[in-house]
Design a protein around this ligand. Structure first.
Ligand SMILES: [Zn+2]
Length: 109
C-alpha cells in the first residue's frame, strides 16, 4: 500500500498529504486498514506560483483538515492506530520535490 505525496490547500494553509489517503486504523488482523480516509482527488486543483516554481495543490476546502488530522475511515474512528496520521504542514525545503521549476513557457514577471 503506497501513496504519492500531494500538496493540499486547506483553511488558507498548505499541507502535504498522501494520495490516496488510507485510514491509519489497526484492523483486527493486526494490519493497516485499506479503506480510504478521504476520497481520492477531492476538491479542485489550484496552482501557486513562486520565484522558484509552481506548486500544484488540491484546494480541499473546509472540513478536510479536521478529518485529515485524524485520517480514519468510518469503521475505525475509535480503533487503535496502526500508524500516526501522515498529513503535515508544507515545508519549502523538505517538500521541494513538489515544486516544479518554471520553464520558458511561463512568462516571468
Ligand atoms: Zn479504517
Amino acid at each position: 500500500m503506497s501513496s504519492e505525496r500531494i500538496a493540499v490547500l486547506a483553511d488558507d494553509n498548505l499541507y502535504v498529504a498522501p494520495n490516496p489517503m488510507f485510514c491509519t486504523g489497526l484492523t483486527t488482523k493486526g494490519k493497516r486498514c485499506s479503506f480510504l480516509a478521504w476520497p481520492r482527488d477531492c476538491g479542485e486543483w489550484a496552482y501557486i506560483v513562486s520565484r522558484t516554481g509552481i506548486l500544484y495543490a488540491i484546494d480541499a476546502g473546509p472540513g478536510w483538515l479536521p478529518e485529515a488530522r485524524v485520517q480514519r475511515c468510518d469503521v475505525h474512528t475509535d480503533a487503535p492506530a496502526f500508524c500516526a496520521p501522515e498529513v503535515e504542514p508544507f515545508d519549502p525545503q523538505r517538500h521541494a520535490f513538489l515544486v516544479q521549476p518554471l520553464t520558458d513557457q511561463w512568462v516571468r514577471l
